[in-house]
Design a protein around this ligand. Structure first.
Ligand code: AMP
Length: 249
């Protein structure tokens, strides 16, 4: 079973996001970037399938500028076998990413495609679903447990207020939720080994995919600043303020 994992390079989850002064987006200059956390979980799951003897090869694909190669290397250091770098400096919407991934899937014919449930930069939560639809494959999103047997994927999904268990035929698309696993840290020997692993560059225009944007971002704004808290001297004062200032009781 070949597993393809899509990984995106995003602003590190620890970084406080700065909105550009003109409100056109977020400022990424000089900001620490990392692999999208849900994609780390997807890589970990694929590597575990390989270690369990269920996956024969783990291929990692990332779409973006030359810097996304670092993200691919991180996945290779975690245990993926080889990488594909679709080269572009264009800003891509989820539909364009899904179309590009479809063309990689048709080329490399994986049995299972793993993606993060969402990228923490645009929070779109669309690419996996669109990819499955474009391929005509089954999909299971928000996976918190995955079992593969007899050409079947059994997936436990996190849904509002509970869990849902699905069975779907391979090939299929699965997107990862936070509780699927805890990704490993790459060890130094594995980081060194990853330098020898193959990353195939694929210029985007070689794929003849229509990446024209369908959406226009009108504005990006910071959340409203919270008013500072107040320390009250007694319960009576608290009740008084809740009545007269906050007007909630
Ligand atoms: P999104 O739909 O943008 O929230 O992204 C969902 C998932 O799609 C991510 O967790 C990645 O697995 C994949 N993805 C999105 N953008 C890219 C990209 N530029 N390169 C590779 N994978 C991507």
């Amino acid at each position: 079973m070949k597993v393809l994992v899509a990984v995106k390079r995003v602003v590190d989850f620890n970084v406080k996001i700065r909105v550009r002064a003109d409100g056109s987006g977020i400022d990424t200059s000089g900001v620490k970037m990392s692999m999208n956390p849900f994609d780390e979980i997807a890589v970990e799951e694929a590597v575990r399938l390989k270690e369990a003897g269920q996956a024969s090869e783990v291929i990692v694909v990332s779409i973006g500028s030359r810097r996304v190669k670092e993200t691919i290397r991180t996945a290779l250091a975690m245990g993926a076998d080889r990488g594909i770098h679709v080269e572009t400096d264009a800003e891509l919407e989820p539909l364009a990413v899904a179309k590009i991934l479809k063309s990689v899937v048709l080329q490399d014919t994986p049995d299972l495609v793993l993606l993060g449930k969402q990228a923490i930069d645009d929070d779109a939560n669309q690419t996996g679903q669109m990819l499955a639809a474009l391929l005509g494959w089954g999909q299971a999103t928000f996976a918190s447990h995955l079992k593969i047997y007899d050409g079947i994927a059994e997936v436990v999904r996190e849904i509002d207020g509970g869990l849902e268990t699905l069975r779907l035929n391979l090939p299929c698309v699965i997107t990862t939720d936070l509780r699927l696993n805890e990704p490993r840290y790459a060890t130094l020997p594995n980081i060194m080994k990853a330098k020898q692993k193959l990353i195939t560059p694929v210029p985007l225009d070689q794929l003849s995919v229509d990446i024209a944007p369908r959406l226009t971002v009108l504005s990006v704004t910071e959340p409203a600043a919270r008013a500072p808290g107040k320390i009250v001297a007694s319960v009576a004062e608290l009740v008084e303020k809740l009545k007269t200032e906050a007007k909630v009781i």
